[in-house]
Design a binder for this molecule. Structure first.
Ligand code: FES
Length: 130
């Protein structure tokens, strides 16, 4: 009887270890695209055609260019200041880096483009996702 109890414990222990291993592998091997986090939800009607909406606290700009909608991270790639959105482009107030409306560097000292976020239209809302 003691032998039966021992094998049951061994079996349950193995089952728990197998489940934990499966969870661990699933969590870390799942492609990133399946685990997107929504940072902002914006009503489609709030974004003007060829305009921009700036979310200062989140440091994200949602932009429309000819009906194509995308989101830029407003964290300057030089030293991390918040980039301002102007009618002609994006300007960093700290050291003067300039970016075009696509986030590409026009003038340094920043040497990398602004990061982009994925934007999905779900119903009548844009979801800006990490
Ligand atoms: S932090 Fe933006 S240019 Fe330096």
């Amino acid at each position: 009887m003691a032998e039966l109890g021992q094998s049951r414990r061994t079996f349950l222990g193995s089952l728990i270890a197998l489940a934990a291993g499966g969870w661990f592998l699933g969590k870390f091997l799942t492609p990133r695209g399946k685990r997107r986090k929504t940072l902002l939800t914006v009503a489609k009607g709030d974004l003007p055609r060829d305009g921009a909406l700036v979310y200062g606290e989140a440091r994200i700009a949602l932009l429309d260019r000819g009906g194509r909608v995308y989101a830029l991270d407003l964290v300057c790639t030089h030293l991390g200041c918040t980039v301002n959105v102007t009618p002609s482009g994006l300007v960093c107030p700290c050291h003067g880096s300039e970016f075009d409306r696509e986030g590409k560097v026009l003038k340094g000292p920043a040497d990398r483009a602004l990061a982009r976020y994925e934007v999905q239209l779900v119903g009548e809302n844009y979801h800006v996702q990490l």
